[in-house]
Design a protein around this ligand. Structure first.
Ligand SMILES: Nc1ncnc2c1ncn2[C@@H]1O[C@H](COP(=O)(O)OP(=O)(O)OP(=O)(O)O)[C@@H](O)[C@H]1O
Ligand SMILES: [Mg+2]
Length: 388
């Protein structure tokens, strides 16, 4: 397959480009080297399948990456940089790079990354008729500064619904590492967890992830359950979360992350990696006050919610004291979902140890109905994006 793949190396340093070429020329007979200044005039004509983009010295790398992603949506870009900067790594990954390698230390990983890219291109070829663009999955982190507002219930039910109502692939990640969260609302029990990814973290791929996930029975979505073990939880690092979510983004359409209230480095990493943050809140004044405090904390930690944070109102009832417009008066974030309270059915499902959403046609609960509406709006957005 790699003999059919067109590889372009973008590098301002001819000597360095030559060095890269000597590593890849055998596996990729169709290769060419261009300089960053030639990208705008040449890239659309060359239409490479794969690009090795060595970051230029003048900091224009990210801009170039955006340009390429816009021009050639199916092309995979491997970004090579000499600066080990986590903020840059995040921005590069958000801009849609297939992977980032820190030079010169990680040059030895180039072969592995290239073979993953070849596999990805093959899968892309096969999946052309799928509705969703491969490799552009969305990470949605569910957070709230107040416990018990419904993060676990909402993330679990939304994940199931996205999986049941579309052909997209969904991964639900439970980062309530000490005590767990989503298994209360799903019939999943599994020995393996994020902790088991530790030995393969540096070369993580989709097989590693699938090896540790549980399959939820009614929807067939994948769930990465919590280790539910304080000792194992302590060994999970930001790097676990970063690598897991960056890799998952390449293989799943939706990655939903359930977070605990306490703000730890793990939660921080999951928020930083998120394309969207769903802030779950109940419509009452204490929740509004807490939200204000959370925004102050985000500010201190330099977590930027602009354009990413959306409010999910949960447990709306007849006696609800706050309405959408009251909340919108306080905050300038969109309200993406409004979910009604369904005390009877939610409680029944929890007591029986079964998910609230069990069948494709499940109209019984108003909560399920509202989650379906939320899922529909996400799926609509996604298919519009794929079509454009
Ligand atoms: N829309 C709803 N209708 C009825 N009950 C609900 C609804 N949303 C949440 N609940 C109730 O609230 C409880 C807590 O929800 P959940 O565990 O999802 O919250 P959480 O934010 O994840 O809490 P924690 O702080 O424990 O992680 C549920 O067990 C359920 O009883
Ligand atoms: Mg929870």
């Amino acid at each position: 397959m790699s003999k059919d793949i067109r590889l372009t190396i973008v590098d301002e340093d001819a000597g360095h480009a030559q060095e890269l070429l000597s590593r890849v020329a055998n596996s990729f007979p169709q290769h060419i080297h261009i300089t960053p200044s030639e990208v705008r005039s040449e890239i659309a004509r060359l239409e490479p399948d794969l690009i090795l983009l060595q970051e230029p010295g003048d900091d224009s790398g990210l801009q170039m990456l955006h340009y390429i992603a816009n021009e050639l949506s199916d092309t995979l870009v491997i970004y090579l940089t000499n600066q080990r900067d986590p903020v840059k790594a995040r921005d590069v990954s958000r801009a849609g790079a297939f992977d980032i390698l820190f030079m010169p230390d990680e040059i030895t990983a180039l072969g592995d990354v290239l073979s993953r890219a070849v596999k990805a291109l093959e899968a892309q070829e096969k999946g052309k008729d799928k509705v969703f663009t491969w490799g552009r999955g969305q990470v949605i982190s569910f957070y709230s500064g107040k416990g018990g507002c419904g993060r676990s219930l909402v993330s679990a039910t939304l994940a199931q619904t996205l999986q049941m109502d579309s052909n997209s692939s969904v991964l639900l990640v439970d980062l309530n590492l000490q005590f767990g969260g989503v298994e209360t609302y799903l019939d999943v029990d599994h020995e393996r967890s994020i902790h088991d990814l530790t030995p393969v973290l540096k070369e993580l791929n989709d097989n590693h992830i699938r090896n540790v996930t549980a399959i939820e029975k009614s929807s067939h979505m994948e769930v990465l359950v919590s280790p539910r073990d304080a000792e194992a939880a302590e060994q999970i690092t930001e790097e676990h979360v970063q690598r897991l979510l960056r890799t998952a983004r390449l293989y799943y359409d939706y990655i939903l992350v359930d977070l605990p209230t306490e703000m730890t480095s793990i939660g921080y990493a999951a928020l930083e990696e998120a394309d969207r943050m769903f802030y779950v809140m109940t419509p009452d004044s204490p929740s509004i006050r807490t939200f204000g405090r959370v925004l102050e904390l985000f500010n201190k930690l330099s977590v930027d919610p602009t354009g990413r944070l959306e409010i999910i109102l949960n447990r709306i009832g007849r006696e609800t004291e706050m309405r959408q417009k009251d909340i919108q008066q306080h905050f300038d974030f969109p309200i993406t979902g409004q979910l009604r309270e369904d005390a009877k059915r939610v409680q029944q499902a929890i007591n029986r140890g079964i998910p609230i959403r069990t069948r494709q046609k499940d109209r019984g609960s108003v909560f399920v109905k509202d989650v379906k509406k939320l899922a529909d709006s996400l799926l609509d957005e996604q298919s519009k994006r794929s079509a454009s």
